[in-house]
Design a protein. Structure first.
Length: 190
């Protein structure tokens, strides 16, 4: 494992010297998700990888984890009426094509992805172990289908760049539920 980490570090040190390839991209991002049914602004982190199938088409997969967001729930049927905090979290997984303008320094793109969204309430701390445990337990927990139409811009200087996306993450539970989603973060073109 240490050997791969050292090789990755060496590759990053010499990457500015190399011409930008255009076989795909890998990146991380900050994820903003406006969860409309509860009127919540969710924020989390994610990562994505994409591979070119054509100069203007990439196949992309991404996953994001929105951290716990407390909100207040009121139980009017309870006697006495009680208000209690709740730790609500969201896990997003999307994959599909990304259609982009050429391979230059500035690219516009649009995408239509499908995937899943998982809502959960948990008071567990956010650690790598708990996040991976949440991902592994997807089979036994409630998962909803998602359609994500969106678009954005990428800015590159050699192999390094920044990417900004905006779209509508539509999940299907008692009909279509529309939610604003914005992501931004660094990318490396390989």
């Amino acid at each position: 494992m240490k050997r791969y980490l050292v090789l990755a570090l060496i590759a990053l040190l010499f990457a500015p010297e190399l011409p930008a390839q255009n076989h795909g991209e890998v990146g991380v991002f900050v994820n903003y998700f406006r969860f409309e049914p509860l009127d919540l602004n969710m924020v989390g982190l994610g990562g994505r990888v994409s591979f070119n199938v054509h100069e203007n088409v990439q196949f992309e997969a991404e996953m994001a984890y929105d951290f716990a967001r407390g909100f207040t729930e009121t139980c009017s049927a309870c006697i006495p009426v009680e208000t209690a905090p709740s730790d609500f979290r969201v896990l997003h997984g999307l994959f599909g094509p990304k259609f982009q303008t050429g391979g230059g320094a500035i690219r516009a793109f649009f995408t239509v992805k499908g995937g899943f969204i998982n809502f959960r309430v948990s008071d567990k701390p956010v650690t790598f172990g708990n996040v991976f445990s949440d991902i592994e337990s997807l089979r036994v927990n409630d998962v909803n289908g998602v359609l994500y139409p969106g678009g954005g811009l990428e800015f590159f200087a050699g192999p390094f760049g920044l990417r900004f996306d905006i779209g509508d993450e539509i999940y299907f539970l008692d009909g279509a539920q529309h939610n604003l989603r914005i992501t931004a973060g660094p990318h490396i073109r390989f």
